[in-house]
Write a protein that binds this ligand. Structure first.
Ligand SMILES: Nc1ncnc2c1ncn2[C@@H]1O[C@H](COP(=O)(O)OP(=O)(O)OP(=O)(O)O)[C@@H](O)[C@H]1O
Ligand SMILES: [Mg+2]
Length: 264
């Protein structure tokens, strides 16, 4: 099923051209200024059709801000984001844009309501399809407990289960691209591998996925890596290429690796 984005004209009144799918996304000199400080400075990069792009960089570098601007949760102070080479994201209807994009934010939240309610927030929950999604994400045991209340204050489910439920919630609608902030941060190694395999290879193999990660194993799924450093794009290339040519990237990755080893 194709999802159509209606474009608003420059006055935001009439509906204009339709975009059938998201083929590419281009940031052109995007800056974000908060409290007179540049959080992002001249960020430019282009994502091509079906590409999987990882974003890495130190905490506070601006990764989530890049995702937030793309979700129209934050405005560009300078620059623009161009979709499919012609449409300025600013002119695209916000509600329709968000509906066309599957998003997982860093602080994933479920409503303090039943599992069924949480999985039906986009009103596209199909019980049978949904149950097989739950099974795929290793949450099959919840198929018979759809009236169980979940939410941030509920301790009955683990952090990993909560994160996987948020992923199922995102997958209950038709998405033209995915934007994921630390999608596997609460998952163990096995769960991480199966979630990445399912999302990146099986389900969204032909669509754009932009994701942030501190989990180095997930870089294996990226065509290219955006190295974000102090609000700027320090480099943009394949992981192996960056390891060879960019010392700062190499040191960053080695330090992250050491941190991950300590946590084990
Ligand atoms: N509303 C705001 N007002 C002022 N500063 C902000 C605001 N939102 C974010 N920042 C700052 O912008 C910077 C970038 O934040 P961002 O959340 O994008 O970092 P990040 O790279 O995602 O970090 P992490 O890896 O910890 O998630 C941080 O220094 C943060 O404190
Ligand atoms: Mg972040």
């Amino acid at each position: 099923m194709q999802y159509y984005l209606k474009m608003a004209d420059e006055y935001g009144k009439k509906e204009g051209a339709a975009v059938e799918a998201i083929h590419n996304i281009e940031f052109v000199n995007v800056s974000v200024v908060k409290e007179e400080k540049y959080i992002l400075k001249n960020v430019s990069f282009k994502i091509g059709s079906g590409e999987k792009i990882a974003m890495v960089g130190p905490s506070g570098a601006g990764k989530s801000t890049i995702l937030r601007v793309l979700l129209k949760l934050e405005e560009c102070s300078e620059g623009k984001i161009i979709i499919n080479g012609i449409h300025n994201l600013r002119d695209i209807d916000t509600k329709k844009w968000r509906h066309a994009i599957g998003a997982l934010l860093q602080k994933n939240t479920l409503f303090n309501e039943s599992i069924e309610y949480n999985l039906d927030i986009f009103h596209s929950w199909n019980k049978e399809g949904g149950k097989s999604l739950l099974k795929k994400l290793n949450l099959g045991k919840f198929s018979d407990q759809m009236d169980m209340v979940v939410g941030s204050s509920v301790q009955k489910i683990s952090g990993g289960e909560r994160q996987r439920l948020c992923i199922v919630q995102m997958l209950t609608k038709n998405n033209e691209a995915l934007i994921l902030d630390e999608p596997t941060s609460a998952l163990d190694e096995d769960s991480e591998a199966s979630v990445m395999e399912y999302l990146f290879r099986e389900m969204y193999g032909d669509k754009i996925i932009l994701y942030t990660t501190h989990r180095l194993r997930t870089l294996a799924y990226a065509d290219k890596v955006l190295f974000v450093y102090e609000g700027r794009i320090h480099d943009f290339a394949g992981h192996q290429e960056l390891m060879l040519k960019n010392d700062q990237y190499k040191y960053f990755i080695q330090a992250e690796d050491a941190k991950n080893e300590i946590k084990k």
